[in-house]
Design a protein around this ligand. Structure first.
Ligand code: NAD
Length: 482
């Protein structure tokens, strides 16, 4: 399959750069060849976006008409759920049922922000006699969107839906390994009536294209999701010209299991909270702290469940865990595991690359793994591994659990398991994370804000707050006397 790497000014176009062959993570075989964009292509996309922002009328359109286009995209996504879900499953390696659900979640984001178009309102401020003061919340202009490979359709839809709902024009630079679904979304938005140039996609490498997008004077804001290291680079570079940034970055999110926890729920919830998408999730609760009174029992039961997870093809409905995205990612995870064992950790379940059945032999698989006998200063406890590796440790009391959770430089999410209502709220208040869940694990809902604190990021996606990231306030002062 040959794929045009650009969506430029309302239509597909081959990129002028070197073609990139995408490898299917499950089979290790070729999936598609993408004609990647160059810096010159990106310049064209930025120019098209700037022109659309100025001339297309999108930003001044009646909010309900802008909503029609976003809802039209949601509708088309739902109609093509199976086809786009399959494309994503083959590109990312993630189980098909999760990818189909992600198409629904992407559609939900377009529906949610369609509804918010009618809520972009200013205020009037009394300044005294003879003066009328009012504020206008207006779009920023051209926004650069940079996304990672782990959940391409959902993470890009959050940004694209919010940015367009607010009236901006967009240039999207997807992760080079996973450009397919966002190119389809561009096509669906066009079919739904989005003016040409309002949303452009340039597939290609981060170092050249990403850097150019950040540095470009016509780009008013960068909305970035990716690793903390790249996020810091984006912020430093954007600072040179004071471009706005919102950053959704990495995490090492804890799950705290108190002695009075609903144990069955905690065990069942901890599995998807960690092993969905083979652990390649920014919000993976990858560190479980269990109260010492129940730590041995919990760890043993958890290891049993993790050992029972089925590795397999993303297209097999019985698969629990698919491959990781690439050989490079597989090697990186295995490196973390080796260093953890060298540092004294032990394997309670799984460990390393599986002995694979012949039909899986070409894929990039890592066995779902639980590490125990860990210490807070170990790399496996501090760093985001971004693979199916869970560390389990014990704590003594509430204060210990809070202090050790907050010892992380990250602060994306945290989960608390307890039946004590007072403790749940107390600990939720004390934990340093953007989202806390109590006795449940799902961290993102379109209606509610999502994002990190500390080195997990700046800004919020989704909720009403997600729209604010793409708006600025203008104040107008009018002399009304004569
Ligand atoms: P990454 O930082 O390597 O890449 C992210 C994006 O940045 C890609 O599009 C890449 O091409 C681009 N990029 C690379 N170098 C660049 C540069 N110099 N300038 C501008 N752009 C550049 O991240 P990844 O490996 O694709 O994704 C995994 C990371 O993303 C993990 O750390 C994960 O936690 C994080 N993530 C965070 C969230 C969140 O919402 N907080 C969600 C998903 C993933």
């Amino acid at each position: 399959m040959n794929v045009d790497g650009l969506w430029l000014d309302g239509g597909p176009r081959a990129g002028s750069g070197a073609p990139l062959t995408l490898i299917e993570p499950f089979s290790g075989e070729e999936l598609a060849t993408v004609s990647q964009g160059t810096v010159a292509d990106l310049d064209e996309a930025i120019t098209a976006a700037a022109r659309a922002f100025r001339d297309s009328g999108w930003r001044y359109m009646a909010p309900l008409r802008r909503a029609d286009v976003l809802r039209g995209c949601a509708l088309r996504l739902r109609e093509r759920r199976e086809e786009i879900g399959l494309l994503e499953a083959r590109n990312v390696g993630r189980p098909l049922r999760e990818c189909e659900t992600n198409v629904d979640l992407a559609a939900d984001a377009f529906d949610w922000f369609a509804g918010l178009t009618t809520h972009v309102r200013g205020s009037s401020i009394p300044l005294g006699p003879g003066l009328l003061d009012y504020t206008i919340r207006e779009p920023l202009g051209v926004c650069g969107v940079i996304t990672p490979w782990n959940n391409p359709i959902v993470l890009s839809s959050w940004k694209v839906a919010a940015g367009l709902a607010a009236g901006n024009a967009l240039v999207v630079k997807p992760a080079s390994l996973t450009p397919l679904s966002i190119l389809r979304i561009a096509e669906l938005l066009s079919a739904a009536g989005l003016p040409d140039g309002q949303m452009n996609v340039v597939a290609g490498p981060g170092a050249s294209l990403g850097d150019h997008l950040i540095g470009h004077r016509a780009v008013a804001k960068l909305s970035f999701t990716g690793s903390t290291a790249t996020g810091k680079h984006v912020m430093r570079k954007a600072a040179d010209r004071l471009a706005r940034v919102s950053l959704e970055l990495g995490g090492k999110s804890p799950s705290i299991v108190f002695a009075d926890a609903p144990l069955e729920q905690a065990l069942a919830g901890s599995i998807p909270a960690m092993f969905t998408n083979a652990g390649q999730m920014c919000t993976a609760r990858s560190r479980i702290l269990v109260h010492e009174d129940i730590a041995d029992e919990f760890a043993a039961r958890l290891a049993e469940r993790v050992s029972a997870l089925r590795l397999g093809s993303p297209l097999d409905p019985d698969t629990d865990v698919g491959p990781v995205i690439s050989r490079g990612q597989m090697d990186s995870i295995c490196g973390f595991l080796e260093r953890a064992l060298d540092a004294g950790a032990t394997i309670a379940a799984g460990g390393g690359v599986p002995r694979l059945a012949p039909e899986l032999a070409g894929g990039f698989f890592v066995v779902p793994t639980v590490l125990s006998d860990v210490a807070d200063d170990m790399e496996a406890v501090r760093e985001e591994i971004f693979g199916p590796v869970l560390v389990v440790d014990r704590f003594t009391d509430e204060r210990d659990a809070i202090a050790r959770s907050n010892g992380s430089p990250y602060g994306l999410a945290a989960t608390i398991w307890t039946r004590d209502l007072g403790r749940a709220h107390r600990v939720a208040s004390a934990l340093e994370a953007g989202t806390i869940t109590v006795n449940t694990t799902k961290v993102s809902h379109v209606y509610a804000p999502f994002g990190g604190v500390k080195e997990s990021g700046i800004g919020r996606e989704l909720g009403v707050e997600g729209l604010d990231e793409y708006l600025q306030v203008k104040n107008v002062i009018v002399a009304v006397d004569g």
